[in-house]
Design a protein. Sequence first.
Length: 610
Amino acid sequence: MTDDNDVRYGAVLSAQPPRHTADENLVDRLRRWAAQRPDTVALEYVDYSRTRSGEPVRLTYLELDARARAIAGELRRTLSPGDRAALLYPPGVTYVTGLLGCLYAGVQAVPIYPPDPYRSASRLDAVITDADPAVLLTDTGTLESVHAWQRQTPAHGSRRVIASDVQRGPAAAGPGAGARAAEPAEDVVYGPADPGQVAVIQYTSGSTRSPAGVLVTHANLMANARQIQDAFRADETSVFVSWLPLFHDMGLVAMLATPFALGARAVHMSPLAFVQRPRRWLDAISRYDRVLSAAPDFAYALCVDRIAVEQRAGLDLSGWQVAASGSEPVRATTLDRFARAFADQGFSPATFRPSYGMAETTLLISGYQPAGTPPRVLTVDRPALNRGEVVRRDESAAADTLRVVSCGAVGGQEVRIVDPSRGVACAPGEVGEVWVQGPNVTAGYRGRPEQTAESFRARLAGESGHWLRSGDLGFLDEGEVFIVGRLKDLVIVDGRNHYPPDIEHTVEHARPGVQPAGTAAFPVTRDDGREVLVVAVELARAVAAKGLDGPERTEFLARLRHAVSEQHALEVDDFVLLRPGTIPRTSSGKIQRRACRTAYLDGTLSKGKK
């Protein structure tokens, strides 16, 4: 473990490589745990689909290894190492064993989700088309849904489907035929021959562009698992509790690959189980000590909003060691609200671990924080920040200030803040693009050489070596990373920069009736060449059901306009009021501002002056 002072102040300047043993891949680790601690529970999946109280299904490391080997044997009968398999499983044990079966067989796993009649298939179609997998993996319970989707999408109708919870005999003709139990072969060498082989093709969330397949190697997985272990002080006694989907990098890498690399326990439930009753997440955390759990900012806000004071009785969050927050902007107000709401249940503000990462770096970039201390929150001058300068203000100052949350220090890699137009490092106190270099930086995008060169082959002026361009804007303070926005999402009005998350936060808190995390701010160029600000706003469900008419609507919009004008010295050219759940989002729930802008311009986002 790195010394706390080195982590906080020195790691970003002199990144230390993660420590590895001879086994550079996750398969070797799982096989080791199966031999050394066969009865240790590896995976606990709490199934809420049948009962409100949940039915836990547990697999030991020995059982997990046996199932993964059985699936690997089935895959190796028809596939070769390096072939691709798309994972079209619902949340559950079969998703995990199918994923591991691919890794054991040397097959590149493409985590996605099954077809759903209540969900748009556009992302699923796009991922399958881009990945071009040799086989679609699912389970028997989902098989018919996959075939129905294939019949509706002829481009994918001929793709072979395997239900991994059965093994087909050599004469089986149809999908799912045969019910002979899979038997793992003992004379097979499992895992990749080379740590540099691709393990997973992890599709980006698509918040600023169409999803791209990130090539994550076995070495990348192990490097980032070590970085997460060090940043969050985790070991084999830690319990990783999650509801995050496994097709999302935070769920896959932080909440599954990392505990398996450590020989720890992973406790999972479906995202739907959490959304239906957020307390289920905290109930699971209450059952264990030394818990590490991660979620986006909206999940912590949802717990505060949906778990009433009287419903918090019985929760014990004193064993929660790390509450990581990432995947979307980390808001100081959310951290404050959650810590206050659950203080009586034993939650400490020092438990919070705001973090920063992206699929292109496998997952984690920063998140190191001294033990026992809450996250650092800086109060900075808003106009200066819009000019690209970091000017601290007194915490008591209210006008023209912004509270920015630290996403921790860096370990096992190096981060620079760069002026992207010149390719030179920014001076201290300047905002620039975050560039990353380290063993967790992935191999690029599948089938996109130009995009790979643009993002993964950046060079600093006067230096050798390649850097990853994150596309995120931020700054460093005392060795810690602060993120302020996306480079391509900037709103530039009258020559001044404005960060959409900052504007969206103002709108969401301007007046009751705005759906939490349901606002998108984006620029639009008018016919006269002016760039103006448009804000799409999802109404809270109660307000949307009742409707806003006449004076009430006028007052509602006036309050929003006044808040943006007062806080940002910026006029909103147009507000678009929407029903809950209608703003375009990525698979992980991030607002797609560019998609909002496109829909606004083509008239599909209820365009019009309000």
